[in-house]
Design a binder for this molecule. Structure first.
Ligand code: 5GP
Length: 184
C-alpha cells in the first residue's frame, strides 16, 4: 500500500473533528475514512459525507460479509470502518485518517501493528466538559454518559504512538501534519 493509516482518537468533545478538518485543508495528500453508523443523523450532517448512515440490518449484513476493518458499539449504536473505500484511498497514495473510538483503534492496531496513531488530549477535564456542553446537540443524559466515558478514555493515551494537546486547533493540526509528513 502506498499511503499510511493514521488512527486519530481522543475523548468525546476534545475537538477531533475540527482538528481533522484543518489537517485536510493543510495537506491535500491526506484523506479521511468515512465511517458507517446506525445512529441518527444530527442536524447538518450528510449521508456519505459525515457517515454512511445505515440501518441496523444493513450494518449487520456488512459485518457478516467481513466488510469492516473494525467496528464497535458506542452509546447504543454501531460504528465501523468500511474496508473497501479505505483500501482504495491507500492504494491511490493518500494517507488516511481514521477518526474512530479507542475500542476501534485497538482492533486496528491488533490487525495492523504498523499503523500510526495519535491521541488528542484536552487542555483539562474542565475544558472538555465545557466543550461537550457547548455543542448543545445532546441531552443532559447523553452528555453525562459521554463525559464518564471520556474520563476513562483519557487513560488510553498510553496505547498511542503520539499525543497532541488541543490547545488551539491550528497548533494541534500543524503538529499532526508534521507527524504525517515525517512518516512519508
Ligand atoms: P459521534 O456519534 O459523536 O459521531 O461518534 C461517537 C463515537 O464513535 C466517537 O468516539 C467516534 O470517534 C466513534 N466512531 C466514529 N466512527 C467510528 C468507526 O468507524 N469505528 C469506531 N470504532 N468508532 C467510531
Amino acid at each position: 500500500m502506498k499511503g499510511k493509516i493514521y488512527l486519530i482518537a481522543g475523548p468525546s468533545g476534545v475537538g477531533k473533528g475540527t482538528v481533522i478538518k484543518k489537517i485536510l485543508e493543510l495537506d491535500e495528500n491526506v484523506a479521511i475514512s468515512i465511517s458507517a453508523t446506525t445512529r441518527e443523523k444530527r442536524k447538518g450532517e450528510k449521508d456519505k459525507v459525515n457517515y454512511f448512515f445505515k440501518t441496523k440490518e444493513d450494518f449487520e449484513q456488512l459485518v457478516k460479509e467481513d466488510g469492516f476493518l473494525e467496528y464497535a458499539q458506542y452509546a447504543g449504536n454501531y460504528y465501523g470502518t468500511p474496508k473497501k473505500p479505505l483500501f482504495n484511498k491507500l492504494e491511490q497514495g493518500y494517507d488516511v485518517i481514521l477518526e474512530i473510538d479507542v475500542q476501534g483503534c485497538m482492533q486496528v492496531m491488533k490487525k495492523m501493528p504498523e499503523v500510526e496513531s495519535v491521541f488528542i488530549l484536552p487542555p483539562s477535564l474542565e475544558e472538555l466538559e465545557k466543550r461537550l456542553r457547548g455543542r448543545q446537540t445532546e441531552s443532559e443524559e447523553v452528555i453525562k454518559e459521554r463525559l464518564a466515558l471520556a474520563k476513562s478514555e483519557l487513560d488510553q493515551v498510553k496505547h498511542f504512538k503520539y499525543s497532541v494537546v488541543n490547545n488551539t486547533v491550528d497548533e494541534a493540526a500543524a503538529k499532526i501534519v508534521e507527524i504525517i509528513r515525517s512518516g512519508r
